[in-house]
Design a protein around this ligand. Structure first.
Ligand code: 5GP
Ligand code: ZN
Length: 113
C-alpha cells in the first residue's frame, strides 16, 4: 500500500521517532507548526476517523495514553497543549492514515483557520 505513514511505521521512510510500541508510533512532524509537533499514529492502517468502529477503537485510547506520556516527559502539561485530528477535505487531512497532532510549546490560537 502506498501510504506514507505505513511506510514510516515499517521504517521504509526515515522519521524522528520519539515513541514506539506494538500498536503506535510517534514521530516529529516534518513541517512543525509549533515548538512541539509530534504525530501519533496507529501502526494499523486506518484511513480516517470515519473508519473507527468497535473493533479498532481501542487504539484511539492507546493513542491518548501515549500523548499523555509524551506531554509529561516533555513537561508541557502545565502550560497546556492541543491534540488535533483532521478528517477529510474540509478538516484539512492530507495523509489518509489516521493520525493525531500533539502541539505545544506556544500559545495556540482559537478558532483554527
Ligand atoms: P494532516 O494535514 O493530514 O492532518 O497532517 C499530516 C501531517 O503529516 C502534516 O503536518 C505534515 O507536515 C506531516 N507529514 C507529511 N509527510 C510527512 C513525512 O514524510 N514525515 C513526517 N515526519 N511528517 C510528514
Ligand atoms: Zn497507512
Amino acid at each position: 500500500m502506498d501510504c506514507i505513514f505505513c511506510k514510516i511505521a515499517a521504517k521504509q521512510i526515515p522519521s524522528e521517532i520519539v515513541f514506539e510500541d506494538d500498536k503506535v508510533i510517534a514521530f516529529h512532524d516534518i513541517s512543525p507548526a509549533a515548538p512541539v509537533h509530534i504525530l501519533i499514529v496507529p501502526k494499523q492502517h486506518i484511513e480516517s476517523t470515519l473508519e473507527i468502529n468497535s473493533s479498532n477503537s481501542s487504539v484511539i485510547s492507546h493513542i491518548y495514553e501515549t500523548a499523555v506520556q509524551l506531554v509529561n516527559s516533555l513537561g508541557i502539561g502545565g502550560d497546556g497543549f492541543r491534540i488535533v485530528n483532521n478528517c477529510g477535505k474540509n478538516g484539512g487531512q492530507t495523509v489518509d492514515h489516521i493520525h493525531f497532532h500533539l502541539l505545544g510549546g506556544r500559545n495556540l490560537t482559537w478558532p483554527p483557520g
